[in-house]
Ligand binder design. Structure first.
Ligand code: SF4
Length: 321
């Protein structure tokens, strides 16, 4: 199945990414065989899609054109993207629409919670667009969604994948107080590439955000991820691992960057499965509780099984009394 969505021909890229419309086209590299995935279409996939639509939800699985959607939705693992489908940032790697978002949907927390219950999820991942237009960056809305899920499905563990809440004083503290089981915020790439790849963000701010989560509540698992294949060096990746460990991050994800359209950042190269394995081995020696490193790894890929592994790893690491 093709996983690169070249929406430019239909003029859709212009509408989704107006800030990228005048950029020169970048070449699309042919994907190696280890990137290819099966086309979605199982009955459970269709049922997941029906539940998502019925509750008027947006998913990052669809908005980001995730290659794993066939596999994940066949297990009913959909990752909800709250606060709309339009992002106030314009990262060079991301397929989510850029622009001025609509006002928050007050019914969204209940809709998300009802969908989670209907899907019967043991573990759910909730992410969002960046909402720099809101005074609290959407922190209060995150809290409402977490609380609604807890009311509706008390046995479901909640993982959040948040924006960086840059210049939103008190936002992080508000979200941490809601006690999600996993707090994920992606570093996305190495610091040298931030200006090109993640221009609205700051590497050390993002790292500090995760460190603060641990300082405020050490019981919350922290998680972060990077994409590789954007032009980073191996040494830079290892340095990011060290920085993450200094910030006390528990769980690292590393996956291959895939280019959504010709207007997005070009793929520098496809990192081989052996290199991913090597990153995993090194990261484990650096002390992460869990590492997921493979070409198709995404933040929310296998998040359910990984949460169980994360909890087991913490229990095993705790000293016996
Ligand atoms: S990896 Fe995450 S974003 Fe991709 S389809 Fe699975 S749940 Fe959705």
């Amino acid at each position: 199945m093709a996983t690169v969505i070249d929406t430019l021909k239909a003029g859709a890229a212009r509408r989704r990414h107006p800030e990228k419309a005048n950029r020169p086209d970048t070449p699309l590299l042919r994907k190696p065989e280890w990137i290819r995935v099966k086309a979605p279409g199982s009955p459970v996939y269709t049922e997941t899609k029906r539940i998502v639509r019925e509750h008027n939800l947006v998913t990052v699985c669809e908005e980001a054109g995730c290659p794993n959607i066939g596999e994940c939705w066949t297990k009913k693992h959909a990752t909800m993207m709250i606060m709309g489908d339009t992002c106030t940032r314009a990262c060079a790697f991301c397929n989510v629409k850029t622009g001025l978002p609509a006002p928050l949907d007050a019914e969204e927390p209940e809709n998300v919670a009802n969908a989670v219950a209907k899907l019967g999820l043991r573990h759910v991942v909730i992410t969002s667009v960046d909402r720099d237009d809101l005074a609290d960056g959407g922190a209060r809305h995150f809290v409402k969604v977490i609380e609604a899920i807890r009311r509706c499905s008390p046995g479901t563990t909640v993982e959040i994948l948040t924006p960086d809440f840059l210049r939103k004083d008190g936002a992080l503290e508000m979200v941490v107080a809601a006690r999600p089981d996993v707090f994920n915020h992606n570093l996305e790439t190495v610091p040298r590439l931030y200006l090109n790849i993640r221009p609205g963000a700051r590497y050390f701010h993002s790292m500090r955000l995760l460190q603060r989560v641990k300082e405020i509540d050490p019981t919350i698992f922290t998680k972060s991820g990077i994409m590789v294949g954007l032009g980073e060096t191996r040494e830079e990746v290892l340095q990011v691992m060290d920085d993450m460990r200094s910030a006390g991050i528990d769980f690292l994800t590393i996956g291959q960057y895939l280019q959504p359209t010709r207007k997005h950042a070009a793929i520098d190269r496809f990192v081989t499965p052996d290199e991913f394995k090597s990153y995993e081995t090194i990261a484990r020696t650096k002390g992460f509780l869990l590492v997921s490193s493979s070409p198709l790894t995404r933040s929310s890929y296998h998040a359910d099984e990984d949460f169980a592994r994360l909890s087991a790893a913490r229990n095993a690491a705790q000293p016996r009394v």
